[in-house]
Design a protein around this ligand. Structure first.
Ligand code: SF4
Length: 205
């Protein structure tokens, strides 16, 4: 395995810090690909914060639109590493985005995860995926079961309240009726709402 922890994709710099996830979504890109944009993203070892921060010397913040914590698993499975690296990225002048399943507050019930993200992460993109807890559970097979859906919506709401730019997203393949329901659900949290084209699974993860 190549252990590609940091890779360029489009005009952004991506961080691949874990392959773990508490979901097992039917549509997860990991079921069909080994990586994106020519970078193999399966890891045989998770990186430490120290080695990621040391590696940042090789990159120029002014070249990138943003730094993104994203796949090939759920970045908040390595929450402390993510927070340390995000803090350093902010010091270096990067805009920082977290792509997440939004389940971190369920995973760390004794921590104020949103409070810890504030100041380190500028925006979060949260996968809403479906229009109900039942439908979400049927495709995402979360370790948190049907409670995952309310958990991710609460996470979105708390991010908005903390002043973090939060977006809930769905893929258009769920159909127009459910997309409309999801838009309403997202509006109830105060987060932005984004509908991605199915093809984007191959172009942005
Ligand atoms: S939440 Fe994301 S990383 Fe986790 S299984 Fe679903 S698509 Fe894959």
């Amino acid at each position: 395995m190549a252990n590609n922890y940091i890779y360029e994709f489009g005009d952004s710099l991506y961080f691949n810090i874990t392959n773990r996830c508490e979901n097992n979504c039917d549509f997860c890109i990991r079921h069909v690909k080994d990586g994106v944009s020519g970078s193999e993203l399966w890891l045989d070892r998770e990186p430490s914060a120290e080695e990621l921060i040391a590696a940042l010397d090789g990159y120029d913040a002014s070249k990138y639109r943003e730094a993104v914590f994203c796949g090939f698993g759920e970045p908040t499975c390595k929450l402390d590493v993510m927070l340390s690296v995000a803090e350093k990225l902010k010091q270096l002048g990067y805009r920082v985005r977290l792509n997440t399943n939004g389940l971190a507050e369920l995973k760390y019930p004794d921590r104020d995860v949103v409070g810890e993200l504030k100041g380190r992460v500028d925006c979060v993109s949260i996968s809403l995926n479906e229009a109900s807890a039942e439908k979400y559970d049927a495709v995402c097979h979360s370790a948190f079961g049907k409670a995952a859906y309310a958990g991710l919506l609460n996470f979105a709401k708390r991010c908005v309240q903390a002043g973090i730019d939060a977006t809930l997203s769905v893929v258009d393949c769920i159909g127009a009726e459910d997309v409309a329901k999801c838009a309403e659900i997202a509006a109830g949290t105060g987060a932005r709402f984004r509908v991605r084209k199915l093809i984007e699974k191959d172009t942005e993860y």
